[in-house]
Design a protein around this ligand. Structure first.
Ligand SMILES: NC(=O)c1ccc[n+]([C@@H]2O[C@H](COP(=O)([O-])OP(=O)(O)OC[C@H]3O[C@@H](n4cnc5c(N)ncnc54)[C@H](O)[C@@H]3O)[C@@H](O)[C@H]2O)c1
Length: 384
């Protein structure tokens, strides 16, 4: 990473298929302009984006488009609905009809849904064409655009068809986040906090101190946070490219988070908001395995400041059934990422169903209770 305080920051991810640079900061697109122009130079460029992002930020790629032999915009719907087989097939057909070739280029300009779809489409088209990710949500800048995982959803089975296809470059320009609604910023910040707690505790302090400016979407406040979170993700992806070991720690909060999302049919809570509740639940499992109460309370208190929407009414049976259907479940059962200390988590498959049910009963009664504050007899629920 370049000197702290310098923006844009430039990070490098080494992976089995090569090297991906990640440029982060307010002005990252301008910084990477020459590189992008050279990458598309004289070729057909397909820009995969969504109507909202096109309306808000469609002009940011004008210079890159001019450097291409020709540029074709491929619009997909905003949000998770884009990640279906029908969208993928339509894009492949349009790319073929537009004369797309093995050396054509794809740029994904959008949030994680658009990036996952575009990465998948690029990875399969003619057995793989080059893709650059230009993530426009906080979640996509710190997480989805880094690490090469791409996927589409089948009905009721999120991310169930996909492949690893690393981008040639990731350009995470935090100036693009100024238009992001607070709920989307909050959702992305949950993923930051997830990584900070288990992988980079000093980032937790930065989020605690800067939360109001971060939730307001200030690009200068966000830039070092995105860079540190991206660095944490890079370190774990480099150490475990195929997600066989430590990379699973990134699933902290996701076993229950995904089950909540699926039980709600992906409506009502954003991904990061559901993961926040999943983290609260995982903290309970952690407390039973040695996680110091003060550390659990610190994370609970931070999440309490996020002003999350309330958890809709759900039953343990609904959640367990959804968790078992999730692709992260194994044939042998559910896998949980359990925090055992600040900076240390474990992926465990031996949490008994009776323990999960018992904890779910308490959790669904009051997700915020059951932490250190309860010792004094009070609920940990954040003030409304
Ligand atoms: N590949 C991975 O490793 C990985 C990791 C984490 C999450 N994901 C995936 O990421 C997806 C979620 O991504 P997301 O949270 O970015 O959601 P998203 O892509 O659905 O975007 C959320 C909303 O924000 C809008 N938006 C995007 N950029 C904007 C901007 N700059 N200003 C205003 N509005 C903007 C979009 O139009 C959309 O309505 C999920 O499908 C998840 O599975 C993938």
């Amino acid at each position: 990473m370049s000197t702290p305080g310098d923006t844009p920051y430039r990070l490098t991810l080494r992976h089995p298929s090569g090297v991906t640079d990640i440029v982060v900061g307010a002005g990252a697109l301008a910084d990477a302009a020459d590189e992008l122009a050279a990458w598309v130079g004289g070729r057909t460029l397909f820009v995969v984006t969504t109507p909202r992002v096109l309306a808000l930020h469609g002009t940011v790629l004008d210079g890159v488009r001019r450097a291409a032999a020709r540029s074709v915009t491929l619009e997909v719907e905003d949000g998770e609905g884009a990640k279906g087989l029908a969208s993928a097939e339509r894009l492949w057909r349009e790319m073929l009809a537009a004369g797309g070739k093995r050396d054509s280029r794809v740029i994904a300009l959008g949030g994680g849904s658009c990036g996952d779809l575009a990465g998948f489409v690029a990875g399969c088209f003619l057995r793989g064409v080059g893709v650059v990710q230009v993530p426009t949500t906080l979640l996509a800048q710190v997480d989805a655009s880094i690490g090469g995982k791409t996927a589409i959803d089948l009905p009721g089975a999120k991310n169930s068809v996909g492949l690893f296809h690393h981008p040639a470059l990731v350009v995470a320009d935090t100036a693009l986040l100024e238009t992001l609604p607070t709920g989307e910023l909050r959702s992305g910040l949950v993923e930051v906090v997830k990584m900070a707690f288990l992988l980079q505790p000093q980032l937790l302090t930065r989020v605690e101190r800067g939360l109001p400016r971060l939730l307001a979407g200030e690009p200068e406040a966000l830039a070092p946070v995105v860079a540190e979170a991206a660095a944490a993700k890079i370190a774990v992806v480099e150490s475990d490219p195929a997600e066989q070991g430590s990379r699973r720690l990134l699933n902290f909060g996701h076993t229950l988070g995904h089950a909540i999302e699926a039980s709600l049919d992906y409506r009502g809570l954003r991904h990061g908001e559901a993961v926040a509740y999943g983290i609260l639940f995982a903290l309970r499992l952690g407390l039973r395995r040695g996680l110091p109460a003060g550390q659990a309370e610190r994370l609970r208190a931070l999440l309490g400041r996020f002003e999350l929407p309330a958890l809709p009414e759900l039953s343990p049976d609904q959640l367990l059934a959804a968790a078992r259907r999730d692709k992260k479940a194994r044939e042998s059962g559910l896998v949980w990422v359990v925090p055992v200390a600040l900076g240390e988590g474990r992926s465990v498959a031996d949490v008994s169903e009776s323990e999960v049910r018992r904890e779910l009963d308490h959790f669904l009664g009051d997700p915020w209770a059951g932490f250190a504050a309860d010792a004094a007899g009070s609920s940990g629920r954040p003030p409304l």
